[in-house]
Design a protein around this ligand. Sequence first.
Ligand SMILES: Cc1ncc(COP(=O)(O)O)c(C=O)c1O
Length: 434
Amino acid sequence: MGYPLNQKFDYSVLTPFLNLHLNNVGDPYTARSMLLHTHDLEQEVLGYFARLWHARPRTSLTPDSFWGYVLGMGATEGNMYALWSAREYFRTGPGKSVEQPVLYFSQEAHYSIEKCAKITGLATFQEMGNEYYPGQCPITSDGHWPQGVPVDKHGAVNPEMLSALVGFFTAKGHPSVIVLNLGSTFQGAFDDPQAVWQSLSRVPRGDNCCQQANELSRQDCWIHIDGALGAAYLPYLEMACEKGLTREKGPCFDFRLPWVNSVVMSTHKWFGAPFASGIYMSKEKYRMKPATLPEYIDSPDTTLGGSRNGISALLLWYAITAITPAKQAQTAAECMKLAVYACEQLATVRAIHPEFHIAKGPQSLMVLFSRPNNRIFNRFQLSGRGELAHIVVMPHVTRSAIDHLVHSLHELDAFDITKSKGDVQADRISHSDE
Ligand SMILES: Cc1ncc(COP(=O)(O)O)c(C=O)c1O
């Protein structure tokens, strides 16, 4: 219950395909040589997500038409690809700048962002601040540079603080690469891209900027949406809201917003693919200009990896074919309802343990509560951070599973943490035998 994985999906009908070598090497739209592939299905899958995320179609190809690919890894690969694309955009592309770009992300961003920054050589605002402007951070009282942009109590980025940081470096001529969370890893928080842009658009441009406009423009920023979980279910939740199945509706995050440059999603999360994969989507005009056109694959080498498994596109094609958007909308609304049910039931634990803490942010499927002892933690496969644990109310999580968890939390020793966290692994191994 503690991880954003959907275990309700049954992909077993595709088992025979495990006997085929399916390799989607090369660009999904131009690869020609290797014939054992699922590029056609990959294109259908990308078309589906383009519609879901309101991107401009490729039927009459324009620079603003969508472009993307099915990832060989999960959202981490997509995040890396986004940062790489952003770096190239400011190095040689339309956002060409003499000053190096600065990367911004919130305190709640996934750990992959900093790793990807290291790999792509992008400097974070903290690194730039510490190196060139120590003690001058505009948002802290003592001028120290925090590691991430502060967030509100639910974990959503504070747009004003983000803008103050962007303003500081923009004044010195640095363009911005901004990663926004669409469902943060622990709290499931949604940054609000519209509120962020509203605030950013008031940031004055620096003297070093060669263009005429006085305020920050789209060209000065690359905005990436890390929607590992959220980019998959928020569109369905919006449909559910339109049908009156729920009143919950998250922020608009997709290509309806012209300043969004890229979106990533992990398909093993909401879509329950049995192994890691994902979708990266951006626009044709940002498609990577590969250094080479390898004769061997007869395709521009536009993806991060070389060989990409063709099964991931097949799985996702099956998922979107087998489950209609209407059914997905219903599932999203049910999960949201069940997350509220979980909060209500967890509240009963306070009758026995008055210090018991519960929290859930808007549209989040993650319910946070006081971390119980390791036996309960392991039995329900919770995940934790400090004094807190969480469950993620994914489609396979049932009312009865929630009731069992709540029942366990009622036990008198439920919060008797006599063992250190280091024992969790050992406990996990012994519980897996049960
Ligand atoms: C917000 C967010 N971004 C990125 C990732 C990384 O995804 P993956 O493990 O699919 O690479 C996760 C994983 O939990 C996540 O929650």
